[in-house]
Design a binder for this molecule. Structure first.
Ligand code: CA
Ligand code: CA
Ligand code: CA
Ligand code: ZN
Length: 453
């Protein structure tokens, strides 16, 4: 359970087309259920601080010809199939439809995961339970979970706690209460972890948990280590990045292309390597954040993504390093969205005919008391233009005429990295130079309260 999870919250409504409708949702009931679901989602976000967890909810009412609360678990496909076809999907296999619905939702929201929560109105019948007494269940690993609005023997105000328990199943956690009879050794989840806190058998752990008793655990934020490990929340090397997010990118330099403007260009690809899993196919939700290279150990230079932006787990890149005459050592690496870098791929190249590397001096005040800073520049003759940006790719930063003094205005107190590069009259660009700019205003005056008499 990590990253952005899109949730489709479905209020299932009987329309009387197959059997007479007995129960109708009211706006007030829907609002109450929505608030409880939101509470459950906030609970997980709060309790998994290393997971970068964020839920977004899309609420929808979908119709079925059946009265779902009067049905049994074995017949769930009838009303769930109706509801998913009401969403506009086609087909008979309701599990396939549920995966398709989740996949669509994930794509629309550009989220990492998606799931569906079906809530059925019980209208007080059978103590808020289905015909065979179920009131809340989920499929391990998804694609959906089901709740009645009155959650059976629980209080309506405990719907959040029950939903929190079911959501854990969606991400691989198994039940631990005695009656579920899950053996300690049964493994589950992305990390394939045992149920060591199960009450069935003599398990290693015996801790209060949302997977044993939802209500008290919900109120006291109790999730045992085994359930945490099953949902992937384990940090084996203690670096603050949980295992499924603790991934490393791989970089491949594929070609050195013919020189353009006397400088060779390089093409390659970078790919984030998923944390290994025993259970399902390996997946990473991290993306390549950038590919960069340095020349003779100088500052890191930004390589452009072939499709214009670094926004997926696999990216092609192209770079035209700003090289000058002589032999240069080039080191390439990829960095992912959790800040982990690939190993460095090194190459060297000799070029001539470009000229010698010009010398630039950039003087910036170490700390400025004003938000407006002045940079003093010295450059070789022939330098015509410069580009200054807080973006290492210089997107949207216009080339401006070279000046000896340029000013930067910072928005708020703090430290900022800016990048500066030059271009000569022949169109050759220099490497980009990172600048750390600090704006630290003097201590504010303390105003004494004005007393009116
Ligand atoms: Ca109805
Ligand atoms: Ca880690
Ligand atoms: Ca891309
Ligand atoms: Zn359960």
């Amino acid at each position: 359970m990590a990253g952005h999870v899109a949730v489709r919250l479905v209020f299932v409504e009987s329309d009387g087309s197959r059997v007479p409708s007995r129960i109708d949702w009211t706006a007030q009931q829907k609002q109450r259920v929505r608030a409880e679901i939101d509470e459950a989602l906030r609970w997980w976000e709060r309790n998994l601080p290393l997971a970068q967890l964020r839920f977004s909810v899309e609420e929808v009412t979908l119709f079925t010809g059946y009265e779902p609360i009067d049905m049994r678990l074995a017949d769930e496909g009838l009303w769930i199939g109706d509801a998913l076809r009401d969403l506009g999907l086609q087909g008979d296999n309701y599990f396939a439809l549920a995966y398709e619905a989740a996949d669509q939702l994930r794509k629309t929201n550009d989220s990492d995961w998606a799931t569906t929560i079906f809530v059925v109105a019980s209208g007080g019948s059978n103590g808020g339970r289905f015909a065979d007494d179920y009131f809340a269940y989920a499929y391990i690993g998804g694609p959906f979970l089901v709740l009645t609005d009155e959650v059976g023997p629980y209080q309506q105000s405990d719907l959040a706690a029950v939903a929190a328990h079911e959501i854990a199943h969606i991400f691989g956690a198994l039940d631990q209460y005695r009656a579920a009879r899950v053996p300690c050794e049964r493994r589950s989840g992305y990390l394939d972890q045992p149920t060591s806190n199960s009450q069935s058998g003599n398990c290693l752990l015996n801790e209060p948990s949302i997977m044993i008793e939802p209500v008290g655990s919900f109120n006291h934020d109790h999730i045992d280590p085994a359930a945490l490990a099953q949902i992937g929340y384990r940090d084996s090397d203690g670096d603050g990045i949980i295992d499924p997010l603790d991934t490393t990118p791989e970089l491949r330099l594929e070609a050195e292309l013919a020189a353009t403007n006397r400088r060779p260009s390089y093409r390659g690809s970078a790919r984030d390597l998923a944390f290994p899993t025993m259970q399902q196919s390996a997946t990473t939700i991290n993306r390549i954040a950038r590919v960069e290279y340095r020349i003779n150990g100088g500052p890191w230079q930004f390589a452009m993504a072939d499709d214009g932006s670094y926004d997926s787990a696999e990216e092609g890149f192209t770079a035209v390093p700003p090289l000058y005459d002589g032999t240069s050592r080039l080191e390439f690496r990829a960095v992912n969205t959790v800040g982990i870098a690939s190993t460095i791929t090194q190459t060297s190249v000799s070029i001539s005919g470009v000229g010698l590397e010009p010398v630039y001096t950039i003087d910036a005040p170490p700390v400025s008391a004003s938000p407006i800073l002045t940079l003093s520049l010295q450059a070789a003759p022939g330098v015509a233009q410069l580009q200054l940006s807080s973006d290492p790719a210089f997107a949207d930063a216009p080339w401006q005429l070279f000046q000896r003094d340029i000013t930067v205005q910072l928005a708020a107190p703090g430290a900022y990295t800016y990048y500066l590069r030059f271009r000569d009259s022949e169109g050759l660009t220099s490497p980009s130079y990172p600048l750390l700019l600090r704006y630290q205003p003097p201590m504010p005056h303390i105003y004494l309260p004005l007393v009116r008499r």
